[in-house]
Write a protein that binds this ligand. Sequence first.
Ligand code: MN
Length: 200
Amino acid sequence: MYEVPALTYSFDALQPHIDSTTMQIHHDKHHAAYVSKLNAALEGHEGLQSKSVEALLRDIDSVPEAIRGAVRNHGGGHANHSLFWSVMGPGGGGAPSGDLASAINAAFGSFENFQERFSGAAAGQFGSGWGWLVATESGLEVIARPNQDSPLMEGKTPLLGVDVWEHAYYLHYQNRRPEYLKAWWNTVQWDTVAERLKQG
Ligand code: MN
């Protein structure tokens, strides 16, 4: 059985950037629904249940066709949100350092260029989806993907992701997705992102 990971900070810890009610509903209702639907889809598939959700997504083609769509959507939702909570936190923001800063500079020229590309991709995602910084064999990339599609399904390793489904920002920002994105940068925990790069 997959489980929603507990937040390591309180629901109000990301204010004023992300409001407490949004965090509570997002974590306790939206993420919980992905997990319970993933568990329901995998009922009776003991071999698959023993894999991590990341391993399920990396090898999505080996999931039986009858439940592949459910694993893609709900497994993707579980993996994406688990990453999302972990790369945010109180006292976040600023800029990365060390190897991560070097990799970002190599791929995008500068941190400012990277931020612009990332925010642009996330703001421009039509409808629901995510903006991502991913590691590939040839370096770092910024991509946007619809729904709960995980970069893991394409062999890319997600390092940083921002949820641009309306449920992530609508209570406080309504239709102002770019304003949410601008505030969201202040929550990013660069040490966690750097650790993800190190682990590959
Ligand atoms: Mn979400």
